[in-house]
Write a protein that binds this ligand. Structure first.
Ligand code: ADP
Ligand code: MG
Length: 328
């Protein structure tokens, strides 16, 4: 695609960093990782009609494609630094490029991240970002570190994006302000990068929630060779979610659907992590010091699989419920 366009819209995106020896414009970028650190690398693609509605605001899309990648780095406890961007576009719409770039750059600057290269091709709209960050040697979190007796936590709230998606798929007469708030959670999710940094050294295992709590926590449990019980009543719901749930229009969704949203709806991009109970106090201290919130939702045990305890104390099995691309 025209070099002029690349130069105009992608040569100055994000925060200027001293460790970028050479950024956008050559055949490749030259980058200088800090000594005694490990490089953490992750890639995620968003495809039009699969991961976002074709009519989504390009500003939101620029934000989201970066956010989902930063969320993966957060789940590894990495400090984000550099990203590359592969854009496949049906046409070179300058208005679109400019808005997309603004959304991308705003979030990148917020996290001190620089766009250092990419690729631009013509075809059906799809966007791939590769994100790179650092952890001090041996300090990266993994899915595989959870131990029996560890406590399970999630940041933020669950099911907001899922409810917003439902409201886009079928007409629900839910209150407008709340729905706007939920929609923002779907279109411009917040990667929990700072929360992860605050928890450095305390976490035994972590994953970010992209496909739904049940599915993603399930991956963590499987990787760790353990099971868990979570409490239905402990799952954090936002004010907006609760307000919708209590609204008369809530009845157009089944009780089962309301129950499934926080457990199995995707796109939350919250962090789910486990900690040894002895770190709980320090964890709370560090989070509250920075105004962050995490909720205790369950405990790791040695009974393989994931169970959820309902109000009445009855356990139901929620192993493996979540969004899966090749089955749903
Ligand atoms: P080449 O043909 O050598 O691969 P390109 O013409 O694809 O080079 O890209 C030229 C320069 O522009 C490279 O530095 C590349 O990283 C950068 N670039 C291309 N597309 C993008 C994009 N969407 N975002 C950021 N940088 C890009
Ligand atoms: Mg080249």
């Amino acid at each position: 695609m025209e070099f002029e366009l690349i130069k105009r819209y992608f040569s100055d995106i994000g925060h200027c960093r001293d460790d970028v020896v050479l950024g956008v414009g050559d055949d490749a970028a030259i980058l200088s990782p800090p000594p005694a650190h490990e490089l953490v690398v992750s890639t995620d693609t968003l495809v039009s009609g699969v991961h976002f509605f074709p009519d989504v605001y390009p500003y939101s899309l620029g934000h989201k494609v970066l956010a989902v990648n930063l969320s993966d780095l957060a789940a590894m406890a990495a400090r984000p630094a550099w990203v590359t961007l592969a854009l496949t576009l049906p046409s070179a719409d300058e208005q679109w490029l400019s808005q997309f770039g603004r959304g991308f750059s705003a979030l990148a600057r917020q996290h001190g991240v620089r766009l250092v290269g990419g690729d631009t091709t013509c075809g059906p709209l799809a966007i791939t970002v590769q994100a790179m960050g650092f952890v001090a040697q041996g300090e990266g979190w993994r899915r595989s570190g959870a131990k029996v007796g560890d406590l399970i936590y999630v940041t933020g709230s669950l099911g907001d994006a899922g409810l917003a998606l439902k409201a886009k798929q079928q007409p629900l007469a839910l209150p407008k302000n709340e729905l706007d708030e939920l929609s923002l959670r779907l279109t411009q999710p917040t990667p929990r990068v700072q929360e992860a940094q605050a928890l450095n050294g305390l976490v035994s295992a972590a994953i970010d929630l992209s496909d739904g709590l049940a599915s993603d926590l399930g991956h963590l449990l499987q990787a760790s060779g353990v099971g868990a019980v979570i409490e239905w009543d402990a799952l954090p719901l936002s004010h907006a979610f609760r307000a919708c749930q209590q609204h008369p229009a809530a009845q157009s969704l089944s009780a089962a659907c309301w129950q499934a949203l926080p457990l199995s709806a995707g796109d939350d991009y919250e962090l789910c992590f486990t900690i040894n109970p002895e770190h709980q106090h320090e964890m709370k201290r560090r989070l509250s010091q920075q105004g962050f919130i995490a909720h205790h939702i369950g405990v790791i045990d040695d009974d393989i699989g994931l169970r959820c305890k309902q109000k009445n104390g009855v356990l139901f099995d929620v192993t493996q419920s979540g969004y899966q691309h090749f089955t749903n």
